[in-house]
Design a protein around this ligand. Structure first.
Ligand SMILES: *Cc1c(COP(=O)(O)O)cnc(C)c1O
Length: 336
């Protein structure tokens, strides 16, 4: 068996230890005589898996009791619709456009109401985070929306926007569990797990309880109503059982590694090596304004397309996969 260095932003590498454990349990999960893939989501064994997963992510992120943790399907992209459907009481929301995923969420919200772009970094190819200290946020906006770490463009909100009292909704897909977080600053935190946490097919939404309501937009499908999922502890229908099980293992692995403080230290150390190199390189250059650099995704170029293509080809030959897309992998080596 040989594993490559996989730099894909997502689906991204998982800790080898987690994959080995899952392999060991593949045919017989803890004496049940079956794989987690074959198990009823109403069984005692599965109940423990999902309850444990919830407990562990609550511990890791220090999630207060008045926030629900939902394990959902449909990826982050489905939450682009679920967010306005569940929150757009006044049919108005403020969006900060810092890249492709924020833009997609903004466009989706326009289906349901008035999505107002209150800031954007499109003028410089999303290479920075706009100043969000004093934005013109409509009085009647239901929420302010950000994509906290911009996977493709490699920027990160190091300071959250001043929402002027509105609830903040953040897509954290590509910075999930990468550093400690103060959950109380958000109304909703959500992310597709395949960037940092587990296999594609699961999205985790952490939602303050008062934002989980019955009075959602008319026409909201039962499955997209957060209340349906919250009332049923994410077991309204069959959840992505196996994916949640792997996420649970990753949570335990992160705990064992020292939690989110340790993840942050590790990510800083790893990113510094790359950024220091890029800053000194005569061949490569990073594309992001220094103050807004992500620790998770590091885009860089030579400035010459032919050379870029040559670099990707030669790195692949050297066992460095998926560098095109210009991303920095995550868990491939905890010890640098
Ligand atoms: C990958 C990604 C998405 C899309 O996720 P899906 O689960 O494929 O819908 C959304 N937002 C961000 C920030 C991403 O990195």
């Amino acid at each position: 068996m040989s594993r490559v260095y996989n730099f894909s932003a997502g689906p991204a590498v998982l800790p080898e230890e987690v994959l080995r454990e899952a392999a060991d349990e593949m045919l017989d999960y803890k004496g049940t005589g079956m794989s987690v893939m074959e198990m009823s989501h109403r069984s005692k064994a599965y109940d423990e898996i999902i309850k444990d997963a919830e407990k562990d992510i609550r511990d890791l992120m220090n999630i207060p009791d008045n926030y629900k943790v939902l394990f959902l399907q449909g990826g982050a992209s489905q939450q682009f619709a679920a967010v306005p459907m569940n929150l757009m009481k006044n049919k108005k929301a403020a969006y900060i456009i810092t890249g492709q995923w924020a833009k997609k969420a903004y466009q989706e919200a326009q289906i349901f109401g008035e999505a107002v772009a209150v800031a954007s970094s499109a003028d410089k190819t999303f290479s920075y985070i706009p100043d969000c200290s004093d934005l013109d946020i409509p009085e009647d906006a239901d929420y302010v929306y950000i994509c906290e770490n911009n996977t493709i463009y490699g920027t990160k909100f190091w300071q959250l926007p001043n929402t002027k009292g509105k609830d903040l909704v953040a897509d954290v897909s590509s910075c999930f569990l990468s550093e400690p977080v103060d959950v109380t600053k958000y109304g909703v935190i959500y992310g597709g797990v395949q960037k940092n946490v587990g296999p594609a097919g699961v999205v985790i939404s952490i939602i303050r309880e008062d934002l989980i309501r019955d009075d959602v937009l008319p026409g909201t499908p039962t499955m997209l109503k957060w209340k349906t999922q919250a009332d049923n502890d994410s077991l309204y229908n069959t959840p992505p059982c196996y994916g949640i099980y792997i996420c649970g293992k990753v949570f335990k692995w992160i705990k064992k590694m020292g939690g989110l403080e340790a993840m942050k230290a590790h990510n800083e150390k790893k990113a510094k090596i790359l950024y220091d190199y890029l800053d000194e390189s005569k061949l490569f250059k990073g594309t992001v304004e220094k103050k807004d650099r992500s620790l998770m995704n590091v885009p860089f170029i030579t400035g010459n397309e032919e050379l870029d293509a040559k670099f990707v080809k030669e790195s692949k030959a050297a066992g460095l996969e998926n560098l095109k897309g210009q991303n920095c992998g995550r868990y491939e080596s905890f010890h640098l």
